[in-house]
Design a protein around this ligand. Structure first.
Ligand SMILES: O=C(O)CCC(=O)C(=O)O
Ligand SMILES: [Fe+2]
Length: 298
């Protein structure tokens, strides 16, 4: 067993860990897995260079004065966006931003785990791909949990017990993310919870998807610290979010969400013909899992 020792994370292995049993056990038990050193320094530098080159979009005025949602600016096929303002800027559809982001689609450090956990019966698709930059006081509120009846918040097939993870979030740290940097937080094991987190119940026992309260201070949350190049995989079913950033400066991360091929992508960006042309057949199948059909000549 070559689980990293000395880590404060419950669920952590080195890149290239060949102990598939351990990898599966940790992911099943805790609902997340950190792969240390998953992405090489050159790729991390290239992605950071892209962020640096587009830093002026952090200024709202540069995005046409829109602060929120998907009404931001377009950089080719990449669109600026935010979920709630507090969560910072998302460069959505980042797979269109160059080769390094294409390599990420089926990166050998995690792709076979993701295929296995979603289950080969379900194929694979990308639900959302983004590069996120978040400044001081930014955060994501506590959200999700096993109590939400959402089609992609599955983890096991109830009848057979086989893997059937409806969504796996893959966060790549573009720089070190430690205490005060607004790390991702989650409650280990909460993907199996049937009782909602106390912050996710409403009036008369109703169940809510998301609270506006920063996830970091919620009961049971753990902050997950990453070094640049580490990757955090977690089922979207797990109760999670991020701590508020208490330091100056910005947190940078890349987020790719994988789902079964049957699930539509979140914002339905049409892949550019140039991207489809460039992709290997394996990547193309993930980016365009069910190509549109039209009659000849249409
Ligand atoms: O920003 C974060 O650290 C958490 C992002 C998140 O909620 C997600 O990946 O689903
Ligand atoms: Fe989330």
């Amino acid at each position: 067993m070559n689980q990293s020792s000395g880590s404060e994370n419950l669920s952590c292995v080195e890149a290239g860990c060949s102990d598939a049993y351990l990898v599966d056990y940790l992911f099943e038990l805790n609902g997340y897995l950190i792969i240390k050193g998953a992405v090489g320094a050159e790729d991390i530098a290239e992605m950071n260079a892209w962020a640096d080159a587009h830093w002026h979009y952090m200024d709202c005025a540069q995005r046409g004065g829109h602060a929120s949602r998907t009404d931001g600016a377009w950089i080719g096929r990449v669109e600026t966006h935010t979920y709630s303002d507090a969560d910072g800027i998302n460069f959505q559809n980042i797979i269109e931003a160059g080769a390094v982001f294409e390599r990420h689609i089926d990166h050998p450090s995690w792709i076979e785990h993701v295929r296995r956990w979603i289950n080969p019966h379900n194929g694979l698709s990308l639900h959302e791909t983004l590069l996120n930059i978040r400044g001081r006081d930014g955060y994501i509120g506590i959200h999700c949990g096993g109590h939400i009846p959402c089609s992609y918040m599955t983890f096991r097939q109830a009848n057979t017990g086989e893997w059937m993870v409806g969504q796996i979030n893959c966060i790549t740290a573009l720089e070190d993310i430690g205490p005060g940097d607004g790390p991702t937080t989650l409650i280990p094991g909460s993907h199996k919870a049937t009782i909602p987190h106390p912050k996710l119940t409403g009036e008369e026992g109703s169940r809510t998807y998301r609270s506006d309260e920063a996830a970091g201070i919620a009961l049971g949350m753990r902050e997950l610290y990453l070094e640049a190049g580490d990757v955090l995989l977690f089922t979207d079913t797990i109760t999670h979010g991020s701590a508020a950033r208490t330091r100056d400066g910005f947190r940078r991360m890349l987020l790719y969400r994988y789902s079964p091929r049957w699930i539509r992508s979140r914002f339905n960006y049409a892949p550019s013909p140039e991207l489809l042309e460039r992709l290997t057949p394996e990547r193309r199948q993930v980016v365009d899992p069910i190509p549109l059909r039209s009659p000849p000549g249409a």
